[in-house]
Design a protein. Structure first.
Length: 880
DNA sequence: GAATTCGCTCGCCTTT
DNA sequence: AAAGGCGAGCGAA
């Protein structure tokens, strides 16, 4: 066993760097591939490898992979793992371990402002580096400025920078890019390609990129944030924004500081600072590496990633940030030891893969609920993979495990998806999951005996976390076309049996009289006053329902009883469901522990208040309103609050931060098919030669104009009415409509919306005590009859799809023809076989027609036209 | 060099 | 001009 800091290719050999810094040759830099015995292979040299494989060693470059694989395939030989590069092969096969004491350095470059055309073209060889700053794991911190702006001076700077690359195992830069990117793509980042381009332009050959381990700290942040954070606000990925989101100081405002000294900063300020205020440049540059350092202290994401690298034996290079790479490292190593080899992963593959049907999501029932207990299957997908022994390697025509296909609601069909080997032949992926989870249990046990906060404890915590994250990513990777673990049947088996399980749970709960109010993928929430009942139900599901269900698919009862567990860990004291995947509540039980009555533990999911795309003022108003609703305020109180907020919004000095929108740019601007506001603004920024921080653009709207850049902020131009109606009020209106569905919550301020209907609150919707203003519905109402066509059952899954089919304009027309009290009868037609009716008394304002005409919304002269196209989808008929 | 599917909202853009 | 389709972004799981 050798513990290493690095492993790299040096000409024809592989060199490992031991923990003490000694360099050791560990093998030849050659490709290895595996194949089953075949006459065509007799002509070449091979070894026999465990598992009945032949191991072939050859030299070829990555660019030749397609040709090599194609050549052998045409002779009937399928090459396995031929894409695995020599370094990765060695990491998988040899008895190596990644050191837990890797050193690292954060760096940050500053460049003089290049000519605008060089900037736009990302022509980094024309970027002149004027300084760099560093901060390192061994406590060094500094900033180097070029002596003067000559090539000779910059060469000196580059050599000092190269010294940093040589002295530390890992080098990190924010938006730094990768070891090999050329800077032409946006994803290639900035610092590393600039250094590469400048070294080339100035003929400095001091950095061997093959042995560098570079990490883009922004990518690292993004990855770990998504993997480890449960919900919560996503910040912009700019260094300054991320620093602030983590409670740290933002960036030094260089331009402002220059102006204070009477220096005209120009577009960015770097050049001016270098020329006239080098101390400020130093402070600015150091400020960035300090922010990088502090972000790591706060989040520990690098430490977590290094733990993952140790866990799966992977070098912390740029590519290690992809889940594919992590799974590869783990599985290739396991495969080498157990005699299994995986298909070659081709760089270009033909993606004819079909989409797999995913989880069941029950349509959210808007309303206010009390005592909503949630049952949740622990690690549903990893557990299913283990219980059903899934993987492309366990597929057998005569396998004893036969996952059943279920429909979109989780009801079983007759079809078997595929057959898989029984547990006497455990698959590679289930084994890997088992190893990850048992390691995790080991780490957790060891951790118990240590004090929180000690280095050993924290490291075990990270290792435990790394196990969990790795296990959770397997499902997604098996559904990634082009992944060597891809298998559509496996993916379908996971989701299909997941649907079966949650559907069976739903049926059990409903058969006991419980009303399910939310249900998404692996959990179900139902109203339940008895605090003991959820645990009893969980026990029943675990000991009977799961074993029964999985036995029908060939899974031994003791296996499903051991691997599939539903838990009751959360109950909401109060819960407001606004829509599917959007709700808020206070817990009475959280993580299995009761929450004292006087404590508010808020959970807020999916609503605008947690969406970064919503403007701050709208998020704040929605959150505050939700809290008031959950605390039990009356509708009158909340309405009064909202009216005060509206008055405040209309009068106060609004700040840019209240109204600014942030939207991510996800691809190159010319690839956009529709010119959305954020794309228009991004184009403006680019035309000025500016980057948008963290790929998010910030913009605001002036009265009647295109979206504007933040530089052009001018309160006088803000159309408050438009902002309130379009962006601030609607999210809150939806919350209130969920809480008090019988009331009118339109508080828009623009040209008056005219309400045609006065819907009576539905009796079946539990809501907070309220004093809804109700207009009386007359004794003998007319019937307004509207027929609506829905998409066929198979295609119908979401509210969006259904809503899109409802021709509101038709309803409006019919209603206008029938003023006064009426019953609105909606007939939902599904194909031509099935219909269902919904009736609700309405009051069509007798003056609606006149009001609409007065408001200019409809034209007085235009007569109502009967729709005669005969299709059920749009024919409206009215009878009195 | 690329973990998945489901669902919602907003705005652009094409069709009628 | 209105309606509907759909692109784009973002969240839940």
């Amino acid at each position: 066993m050798m513990t290493i800091r690095n492993l790299y290719r040096d000409g024809d050999v592989l060199v490992a760097v031991r923990e003490d810094g000694q360099r050791v040759e560990v093998g030849e830099a050659v490709r290895t591939f595996y194949a089953r015995p075949h006459p065509a292979l007799d002509a070449i040299e091979y070894d026999e490898a465990p598992g009945g494989w032949l191991r072939v060693v050859q030299r070829f470059r990555s660019g030749q992979l397609g040709e090599v694989v194609g050549r052998w395939r045409s002779r009937g030989v399928e090459l396995m793992e031929a894409d695995v590069k020599p370094v990765d092969r060695a990491l998988a096969d040899l008895d190596l371990r990644i050191s837990s004491r890797l050193s690292y350095a954060f760096i940050d470059l500053e460049c003089a402002e290049p000519p605008i055309e060089a900037l736009r073209a990302r022509e980094y060889k024309r970027f002149e580096i004027v300084s760099f700053a560093y901060r390192t794991s061994d406590g060094k911190r500094g900033c180097v400025l070029v002596e003067n702006r000559t090539p000779a001076a910059e060469r000196v700077l580059l050599k000092k920078l190269a010294q940093v690359f040589r002295s530390y195992d890992v080098v990190l830069a924010w938006n730094g890019g990768r070891e090999w990117g050329d800077g032409q793509r946006r994803e290639d980042g900035f610092d590393f390609p600039v250094i590469r381009a400048r070294c080339k332009a100035l003929d400095v050959d001091a950095i061997d990129w093959w042995r560098c381990m570079c990490i883009d700290q922004m990518d690292l942040y993004k990855l770990k944030f998504l993997q480890t954070t449960d919900g919560g606000q996503r910040a912009s990925l700019g260094l300054s924004a991320v620093a602030k989101a983590n409670g740290l100081a933002g960036k030094v405002d260089l331009k402002q500081r220059l102006r204070e000294r009477g220096i005209e900063p120009g577009q960015v300020g770097i050049t001016a600072a270098y020329e006239h205020a080098p101390d400020l440049l130093r402070e600015y540059n150091l400020g960035d590496v300090d922010a990088q350092w502090e972000i790591e202290q706060k989040t520990g994401y690098l430490a977590l990633h290094l733990a993952t690298c140790r866990l799966v034996t992977m070098l912390p290079r740029s590519d290690s940030l992809t889940p594919t790479r992590t799974m590869d490292a783990l599985m290739l190593r396991l495969g080498h030891r157990s005699g299994h080899h995986w298909p070659t992963r081709m760089r270009e593959y033909d993606d004819t893969s079909e989409k797999i049907r995913g989880a069941v999501v029950r349509q959210g029932q808007p309303g206010f609920y009390r005592d909503l207990a949630v049952l949740d299957v622990s690690s549903l997908y990893p557990s299913l993979i283990r219980a059903l022994n899934l993987g492309s390697d366990t597929k057998r025509d005569d396998g004893s495990i036969a996952p059943i296909m279920s429909d979109e609601n989780g009801r079983p069909t007759d079809a078997v998806i595929a057959r898989f080997a029984g547990h006497d032949e455990p698959g590679q992926i289930p084994r890997a999951l088992e190893i990850m989870l048992s390691k995790r249990a080991e780490f957790d046990v060891k951790m118990q005996s240590l004090d929180v906060g000690t280095p050993e404890h924290d490291d075990l915590k990270r290792l435990s976390n790394a196990c969990k994250v790795a296990a959770n990513s397997f499902y997604g990777l098996m559904l990634q076309p082009g992944s060597r673990f891809y298998d559509a049947d496996v993916g379908a088996a996971v989701t299909s049996t997941g649907r079966l399980a949650i559907n069976a749970i739903g049926e059990l709960l409903e058969s006991r009289g419980y009303k399910i109010r939310i249900q998404d993928t692996d959990s179900a929430g139902f109203e339940c006053e008895d605090p003991e009942a959820p645990a009893r139900l969980a026990e029943e599901i675990n000991s009977r329902l799961f074993p029964d269900l999985f036995a029908t698919m060939g899974v031994p009862r003791e296996v499903s009883a051991r691997l599939l567990k539903i838990k009751h860990e959360e109950t909401y004291r109060r819960m407001l469901i606004v829509r599917t995947k959007g709700y808020a509540g206070f817990f009475s039980v959280y993580k299995g522990q009761p929450v004292p009555v006087d404590r508010e533990v808020l959970d807020l999911k999916g609503l605008e208040a947690v969406k970064g795309s919503t403007i701050l003022r709208a998020r704040e108003l929605q959150r505050e309103t939700i809290l008031r609703v959950l605390r039990g305020e009356s509708s009158g109180e909340v309405r009064a609050f909202a009216e005060r907020e509206l008055a405040r919004f209309a009068a106060e000095d609004l700040a840019l931060v209240d109204l600014i929108a942030h939207t991510k740019i996800t691809k190159d601007l010319d690839e956009y098919k529709s010119q959305t506001p954020h794309v228009r603004v991004a184009a403006e920024y680019v035309a000025l030669g500016r980057e948008f921080e963290g790929s998010k653009v910030a913009y605001w709207f002036a009265r009647g104009e295109r979206p504007k850049m933040t530089d052009d902020w001018d309160l006088a131009l803000v159309d408050r009415t438009w902002y309130w109606d379009k962006h601030v009020w609607p999210p809150t209106q939806r919350v209130l409509e969920a809480a008090w569905p019988g009331q009118e919550w339109d508080m828009s301020t623009g040209p008056k919306q005219i309400s045609l209907f006065d819907m009576r609150p539905s009796e079946s919707r539990p809501t907070v005590a309220r004093q809804a203003k109700r207009r009386r519905v007359a004794e003998e109402p007319a019937e307004v009859f509207v027929r609506l066509a829905l998409p066929p059952l198979g295609e119908r899954s979401s509210a969006t799809k259904i809503r899109d089919k409802i021709r509101i304009s038709k309803v409006k027309q019919v209603a206008l023809e029938n003023p006064g009290s009426a019953t609105l009868v909606l007939v939902f037609a599904v194909g031509d076989q099935y219909e269902t009716r919904l009736e609700t008394p309405i009051m069509v304002d007798p003056n609606a027609q006149a009001k609409l005409e007065a408001a200019g919304i409809i034209q007085a002269s235009k007569p109502f036209e009967e729709d005669n196209d005969g299709s059920p989808s749009s024919s409206g008929r009215a009878r009195a």
